[in-house]
Design a protein around this ligand. Sequence first.
Ligand code: FPP
Length: 238
Amino acid sequence: MNTAARTPRHVAVIMDGNGRWARKRGLPRVVGHQQGVDRVHPVAQAFAHRGVEYLTLYAFSTENWRRPRSEVSALLRLLSTVIEAEARACLRDNMRLRLVGRVDQLSPELQAKVKAAIEMNSENTGLTLCLAFDYGSREELVRAARELALRGLSPDAVDEEQIARSLYTAGMPDVDLLVRCGGELRLSNFLMWQAAYAELCFTDVLWPDFCDTDVDNALEEYSRRSRRFGALPKGDTS
Ligand code: FPP
């Protein structure tokens, strides 16, 4: 297969750099997260207007529980305060909201809010905005393996499709483009299965500064890539 990359169907973003954005201004880290939250909907709209169908944002990883308790609480509070407003904004803009990751560590109140938010716009037909919260690829794969075992699948019946259908992202296409802002060059346990053939794009821009121009730059970089999915470039048989 030799597919010229045009518009990616599924973009995933590691929203890094909130803490540094705040520190540079002499502000507490949590202000950076707040500022980061404010970028979520405008960036989702920018991708939607450019034809992207799925946008998955890494909001809280399974490893983020190791951060100071005050920061973890602040991130949970942020989710709790923004989820309803974000769901309403999605309803207005024909987007669907979805969450990937564990929910069982969240309080029953927050779980109920998340459920209500997802139900609010499930009929929409535009971009699916997927928040990865308490998400980690390894946890996701362990959970999938357990689910297949519980269903009593024989080893021969375990294949890529069965695994994909047991992931949090079931029903979503693989990631085409993975963007990490904040200057670090790693994947941090994010969508390791789904991004197996994703094009990677790293930028120094800190997430709270991420704007339409950065969306355009990432999509432009993607459009210049030649995706081969392990095959040779077309016509290269030497
Ligand atoms: C990484 O920045 C960012 C996070 C761990 C959290 C990302 C969360 C948001 C942008 C807010 C969205 C959240 C919700 C609840 C919808 P960092 O803190 O690691 O920054 P640093 O590398 O500069 O320290």
